[in-house]
Design a protein around this ligand. Structure first.
Ligand code: NAD
Length: 383
């Protein structure tokens, strides 16, 4: 290692059931080729099926022990937000990139501020064309939407495709997707490939064209709730009532319902009430992808599966971690693209974050929390 070589550290994720890893051998090889040193913690990729020897062949140094990994590391790549005790292990002044949960992981963010760590939050990467290759929210939502459709099929007591057999004709199952953003569109495409009849609904009218282009039916209301930055806004009371009526009729006819509706920074909207669940077909399944932010179904319990009136309601957590090989690969490529903004042609770390993407995703720097909503929350809680 020459003097001034930037050292990138890839720790083993420690959150329960987190199987992803922030980099993969294919990406490590490119980083090493561009003059960076990459250290990977022993067994960091084991649960995603990237064993140490593949990382070593790609040019990474395999390091045992967190202290050895982080000492002298200029950049740390992570998937899950670091916890406060983990932050204490980072070198002062180092740069951490990953999901940060900017409005809920407050104790760790305060520690990063106090220890003069620089943190970039992938949740804050703007959704502009130039940032598409770095959009980890989208890559992981794609993985999540796929897994949700598979989970729905696995828990459904029916075939999804139409079958004509000597034992009779089987009618195709109906899959309803509520919320046709990145995850919802992937769930639609996956359910279509499995042969189901697919219907979808979103409050953004622009989603209709995308839904139809996947061969699914778009359920339309006289509402267009497109808000800032292409995201949805909250509905008015009158709009919510109209939505309830239409959604409840569609849910009652579906065999599998996959819900993905979210409004940034808010609790997930309730689209399926307990009364609607009572009207569902026996054997019907709800996969509530919004479980971790409150749930789109009133009865969802995050991390649990419940059975009621013959209906199975699943509130999964961290769906992308269920296909860790590919979700890690996509995430690693997002980080590789992000690093191109942070490292100059000579292989040095850039200290001036005026680039639009860096400026928007900079959460903590030089002892200051740079993202307003997090700063306000910290000021409110006096952390
Ligand atoms: P998200 O996870 O915030 O929400 C998921 C979906 O839920 C959205 O489509 C939203 O409209 C929908 N929703 C919210 N309230 C609803 C309700 N009451 N009923 C039904 N549906 C409801 O969204 P996302 O998947 O992250 O994407 C949101 C937008 O961002 C989309 O327009 C997407 O095309 C756009 N996007 C742009 C880029 C880019 O340009 N680089 C990248 C990714 C996403």
């Amino acid at each position: 290692m020459s003097l001034g070589t930037v050292v990138i550290a890839v720790p083993k994720e420690t959150a329960p059931n987190e199987k992803r890893v922030a980099s993969v051998p294919e990406v490590v090889q490119k980083l090493v080729k561009s003059g960076l040193e990459v250290r990977v913690e022993h067994d960091a990729g084991l649960n995603a099926f990237y064993p140490d020897d593949l990382f070593a062949t790609a040019g990474a140094k395999i390091v045992s022990g967190r202290e050895n990994l982080l000492r002298g590391a200029g950049i740390v790549l992570c998937v899950q937000p670091p916890t406060a005790p983990e932050v204490d292990q980072f070198d002062e002044g180092s740069v951490v990139i990953g999901f940060m949960n900017p409005t809920s992981n407050l104790p760790a963010i305060a520690r990063m501020r106090d220890r003069k760590i620089t943190a970039f939050s992938l949740e804050l990467v703007p959704r502009i064309t130039r940032a598409q290759s770095m959009d980890a929210l989208s890559s992981q939502a794609t993985a999540g939407g796929y897994v949700a459709a598979i989970l729905g099929a696995e828990n459904c007591p029916k075939f999804l495709p139409m079958l004509t057999t000597a034992a009779g004709t089987i009618r195709p199952a109906t899959v309803l997707i509520l919320g046709a953003g990145v995850a919802g569109l992937m769930a639609i495409a996956t359910a279509k490939r499995l042969g189901a009849i697919v219907e979808a609904y979103d409050v953004r009218r622009a989603a209709g064209e995308q839904v139809r282009s996947l061969g699914a039916k778009f359920l339309e209301l006289e509402i267009n709730a497109e808000g800032q930055g292409g995201y949805a806004r909250e509905l008015t009371a009158e709009e919510k009532e109209k939505e309830q009526l239409m959604v409840s009729a569609a849910v009652a006819k579906a065999d599998i319902v996959i819900t993905t509706a979210a409004i940034p920074g808010r609790r997930a909207p309730v689209l399926i009430t307990k009364e609607t669940v009572a009207k569902m077909r026996p054997g019907a399944v709800i996969i509530d992808m919004a479980a971790e932010t409150g749930g789109n179904c009133e009865l969802t319990q995050s991390g649990k599966t419940i059975h009621l009136h013959g209906v199975t309601i699943i509130g999964p957590q961290n769906l992308p971690a269920r296909i860790p090989f590919h979700s890690s690969q996509m995430y690693a490529k997002n980080l590789q693209a992000f690093l191109t903004l942070l490292i100059d042609k000579e292989g040095s770390l850039i200290r001036e974050f005026s680039d639009e993407i860096l400026a928007a995703s900079l959460l903590v720097h030089a002892g200051e929390v740079r993202y307003g909503p997090t700063r306000d929350l910290l000021a409110g809680g006096k952390q």
